[in-house]
Design a protein around this ligand. Structure first.
Ligand SMILES: NC(=O)c1ccc[n+]([C@@H]2O[C@H](COP(=O)([O-])OP(=O)(O)OC[C@H]3O[C@@H](n4cnc5c(N)ncnc54)[C@H](O)[C@@H]3O)[C@@H](O)[C@H]2O)c1
Length: 313
C-alpha cells in the first residue's frame, strides 16, 4: 500500500493530487487543508472521475485532521499563500514560514518516515527552514522548483525550435526565483544534439529570459500563480521517488560543499529514488555558469537570513 499526502488543497495541491490519482502513482492520496470541507469536496469530485478516466487510486479529503495522513510514504507541502501579480516569491516568507513549519511538524507526528516535498514559496527558503527545524536526514527533504522551471524551459525551447517539447532535454538549476534561476542552455539538447546547433545566441537568450519570468508571466495572466504545471511537476517528483525511477531532476537540496556552496538548499540535479535524494549530480559548469550560480546562492542566503527576522528559525 503506497500513500501520499498533499497538504494544501488549493490550486497546486489539488492539481498534484489529481495527477497522482489519474496516473495511479499511489494507492491512496490524502488531501488536507484548513478550509472546512474543501479537501473533502475536491476528493469526492475527483473520485467521481475515476470511472470516467479509469483509475483505481483512492482519494481522501480532510480538514486539518492529521490522523488521516498517518503512514504516508511521501508528503507534498503546498500550503500557504501564492503570489499576486507584481509580487516576488520572496515576499511570501512571513506568512508561509509559519505555515510550512507547523504543517511539517504535524505531518511527522503521524508519518515519521515520510519523505517531504516542499512546494510553498519562497521554495528554497521553505526547504531550508524544514531541513533546519525538523532534524530529518537531508535525503528526505526535497524542494520542488527545478522540475517546473525545467519543464517551462523545455516548452520555450520547443516553441523556438518548432518541435514537440518531448524532443527536447534541458535543465534549470539555481534558486527558484525570477532572477535566481539558471536555464542551462549550453547543456540543452534537441534529439541528443546541442540546441546551440539550431538556435542563435540571441534566440537562446530570449528562451532563457522567458523561462525565468515564466511564473510571473502566468501570474499576470491568471491573477494568481499557475497550477497545472506546478501540480504536475510535484507529481512527477513524487513518482520518481515512490516508483524508485531514479530520474535525474533538478531539485532544491541541502548542499555541504557541492557546487562550492554550503548551508543552503538550492536547485541542482539529483537522482530521485525510494530513498529520496540518492545522489547529487555534479555538472562541470563554465566560468559564466559558476558566476551565475554563486550570485543565485547569495540571493537565496539573503532570503534565508529573513527566517531569523520573522522568528521562524
Ligand atoms: N515551487 C513551485 O514551483 C511553486 C509553483 C507554484 C506555486 N507555488 C507555491 O505553492 C503555494 C500554493 O500555491 P496555490 O496556488 O496552490 O495557492 P492556493 O491559495 O490555491 O492554495 C493554498 C492552500 O493552502 C491552504 N492552507 C493555508 N494554510 C494551511 C495550513 N496551515 N494547513 C493546511 N492548508 C493550509 C489554503 O487554505 C489553500 O487552500 C504558494 O506558496 C505558491 O507560491 C510553488
Amino acid at each position: 500500500m503506497s500513500k501520499v499526502t498533499v497538504v494544501g488543497a488549493g490550486n497546486v495541491g489539488a492539481t498534484c493530487a489529481n495527477v497522482l490519482a489519474f496516473n495511479e502513482v499511489a494507492d491512496e492520496v490524502v488531501m488536507l487543508d484548513v478550509k472546512e470541507g474543501v479537501s473533502e469536496g475536491k476528493a469526492m469530485d475527483m473520485m467521481q472521475t475515476a470511472q470516467l478516466l479509469g483509475f483505481d487510486t483512492t482519494l481522501v479529503g480532510c480538514t486539518n485532521d492529521y490522523a488521516q495522513t498517518a503512514n504516508s510514504d511521501v508528503v507534498v507541502i503546498t500550503s500557504g499563500i501564492p503570489r499576486k501579480p507584481g509580487m516576488t516569491r520572496e515576499e511570501l516568507i512571513g506568512v508561509n514560514a509559519g505555515i510550512v513549519k507547523s504543517v511539517a511538524q504535524n505531518i511527522l507526528k503521524h508519518s515519521p518516515n515520510a519523505i517531504l516535498i516542499v512546494v510553498s514559496n519562497p521554495m528554497d527558503t521553505m526547504t531550508y527552514l524544514s531541513l533546519k527545524s525538523l532534524g530529518l536526514p537531508k535525503n528526505r527533504i526535497i524542494g520542488m522548483g527545478g522540475a517546473l522551471d525545467s519543464s517551462r524551459f523545455k516548452y520555450f525551447l520547443s516553441q523556438a525550435l518548432g518541435c514537440n517539447a518531448n524532443e527536447v532535454e534541458g535543465m534549470v538549476i539555481g534558486g527558484h526565483g525570477d532572477t535566481t534561476m539558471i536555464p542551462l542552455t549550453r547543456f540543452a539538447t534537441y534529439k541528443g544534439l546541442p540546441v546551440t546547433n539550431f538556435l542563435s545566441e540571441e534566440k537562446l537568450n530570449e528562451v532563457a529570459s522567458a523561462t525565468m519570468v515564466g511564473g510571473a508571466t502566468l501570474t499576470k495572466l491568471l491573477g494568481t500563480s499557475a497550477w497545472y504545471a506546478p501540480g504536475a511537476a510535484a507529481a512527477f517528483v513524487v513518482e520518481s521517488i515512490l516508483h524508485n525511477q531514479k530520474k535525474m531532476i533538478p531539485c532544491s537540496v541541502y548542499l555541504e560543499g557541492e557546487y562550492g556552496e554550503s548551508d543552503i538548499c538550492i536547485g541542482v540535479p539529483v537522482i530521485l529514488g525510494r530513498n529520496g535524494i540518492e545522489k547529487i549530480v555534479k555538472l562541470e559548469l563554465n566560468a559564466d555558469e559558476k558566476a551565475k550560480f554563486e550570485a543565485s546562492a547569495k540571493a537565496v542566503h539573503a532570503t534565508n537570513a529573513a527566517l531569523k527576522e520573522v522568528g521562524a528559525l
